[in-house]
Design a protein. Sequence first.
Lengths: 83, 103
Amino acid sequence: MLTSTQIETYIAQGLSCEHIAVMGDDGQHFEAVVVSPEFAGKSMVQQHQMVYKALGDRMRAEIHALSMRTFTPEQWKQAGAKN
Amino acid sequence: MDVQQTIKEQVTTHDVVLYMKGTPQFPQCGFSGAAIQMLQACGVKNAVTVNVLADPEIREGIKSYSNWPTIPQLYIKGEFVGGADIMRELFQSGELQKMLGKE
């Protein structure tokens, strides 16, 4: 069964991440927070596409649902300051 | 007609198109259900919905059309807006309402 830790590893292998957290323990539904400097200047659609690309075929075959929020390191700091 | 052409025609001839699993009355997936609810909350009455479960070719074709591996997918005036997560962020910031002209 796919674990959230495996998904974290897959994403981090394809994308340089400053912070990554994946939750979900049923093997099919996951929630991810991904912070990457590579997101800078990209639209939200492009940022999510980069995460999907890192996951490649697993996204089609194994993962039923991946809900995600993406941040640049700067946005992440601001979000942290707010919370 | 090629499926990519069919999709292009669908998204360009209608202002708001949502590709979803199931129908607005009976969504077959929580994300699709949330997507249609957000459109309704924005006051959209003319959204065209396409049930990808009823058409395997569209279901696969739409993923390559937008380079996006998941359903739902929202298009406004021919442009791919995003999936359920992006819709939620845009909805919460009020941006989705603006994009739909329902401010």
